[in-house]
Ligand binder design. Structure first.
Ligand code: LMR
Length: 391
């Protein structure tokens, strides 16, 4: 039976981790998978997380099962940061824990499919795993180009798709710090997007995996909140992998906006059943640690300060890059205006390979770079190498 299986290529992004690890060149640069790095190139555990983990070691008195919804203390305490002071919007939003943001996206799409969504519209380029999940669910997907060549949003294309889609169809948007383009919509653009959803009755699915990495927790949630304030229903997929640095601990959440408690209860009875049949229950550790942070003012402050440091470093790398590009003869100015961990370089697939093989610079095949992989010590080499392969 197993001989009938066709071999699958490894996930290209995850395969880069191994390729980079096997490279012995001391000046290699890892701009591949999306993890934050300090100016020294490390991805440390947040001090707030360490402190909360210590509390867990000392005080956790049981590891017995919680249920498919996971740690609801974590889910609920996170809500004001995502949705604002009226975190449930008058009892119209509820959530559950998922294994990472990926689990939330998987659950959102599976639930949408179960509720009768016939087609999903997705701007490309997007995070490659979106397409893989959609393909695995066999949910019909229509793609559209959402970015201009100069690294700005093609807002007319986004609005056109939302207006034309209509009931029983969904549009998948990124809440902030778009992966892989680093594009964010302006407040006016979000406003128009929200209106377009209302006019057409199209269902919004908003993937928010980088809140706090763009301009700040509040600023990065503004677009999401403005859409939610207008539409009757929506799904929100959330990841704590980056803004709490929890990557391998897989901490995410799935939230639903609906017309009230009864609809929410029914939606979550289905979401719980889907979760039970997929992963049964999400891993507890990371979510429990975040719950402890969010219920303690001191630990919360520690976390927010650490997040500020990450964000400032990335903003600094972006402006240094834009300047260094100018001096080095490569136009990197769009990267200076974009947000979050990622941006796309104007390079061909061949140039990506050349950068890797000849210069030891690792990035996704699409030309996406992880901004946080750049430091004062390697930006010069990066720009010179880029100039050499593109010049
Ligand atoms: C990325 O895009 O690099 C991250 O979101 C990690 C992942 O799971 O792909």
């Amino acid at each position: 039976m197993l001989n009938r299986l066709e071999a699958q290529a490894p996930d290209a992004l995850l395969a880069l981790i191994k390729l980079h690890a096997a490279d012995e060149r001391p000046d290699k640069i890892d701009l591949g998978v999306g993890v934050y790095r300090t100016g020294q190139g490390d991805t440390p555990v947040f001090s707030a997380i360490k402190a909360a983990e210590q509390q867990l070691v000392d005080r956790q008195d049981s590891k017995s099962y919680l249920g498919p919804e996971g740690d609801m203390g974590f889910v609920n305490r996170l809500m004001p940061y995502i949705f604002g002071a009226d975190a449930t919007m008058g009892g119209r939003i509820a959530g559950m824990q998922t294994p990472g943001g990926t689990g939330a996206v998987r659950l959102a799409l599976a639930l949408a499919q179960k509720a009768g969504m016939t087609r999903l519209h997705m701007g490309v380029p997007s995070w490659p795993n979106h397409a893989q999940i959609l393909n695995d669910l066999a949910l019909e997907t229509v793609t559209f180009a959402h970015a201009n060549a100069d690294g700005t949003a093609n807002i007319e294309a986004v609005l056109d798709v939302v207006r034309r889609a209509g009931p029983n169809e969904g549009v998948l948007l990124h809440g902030c710090c778009h992966n892989p383009t680093g594009i964010d919509y302006s407040d006016e653009e979000w406003d128009a997007i929200g209106d377009a959803f209302v006019e057409s009755g199209t269902f919004p699915i908003i993937d928010t995996a980088y809140q706090g990495l763009g301009h700040g927790l509040e600023e990065d949630a503004a677009g999401l909140r403005s859409v939610l304030a207008k539409v009757p229903e929506a799904f929100i997929c959330y990841s704590c992998d980056k803004n709490f640095g929890m990557y391998r601990d897989r901490v995410g959440a799935f939230y639903v906006l609906a017309d009230g408690q009864e609809t929410l209860d029914t939606a979550f009875s289905n979401a719980n059943a889907l979760a039970r049949a997929s992963w049964s229950m999400p891993p507890d550790h990371g979510a429990a640690a975040i719950r402890l942070i969010l219920r303690d003012d001191e630990l919360t402050k520690m976390w927010l300060d650490e997040l500020d440091t990450m964000r400032s470093r990335m903003r600094e790398v972006r402006s240094t890059l834009a300047e260094a590009g100018m001096a080095g003869g490569v136009d990197l100015t769009p990267l200076g205006r974009q947000n979050g961990l990622f941006s796309m370089l104007p390079v061909s697939k061949e140039q990506v390979v050349q950068l890797r093989e000849e210069h030891g610079i690792y990035m996704a095949g699409s030309g996406r770079i992880n901004i946080a992989g750049l430091t004062a010590g390697n930006i010069e080499k990066f720009v010179a190498s880029l100039a050499a392969v593109t010049g």
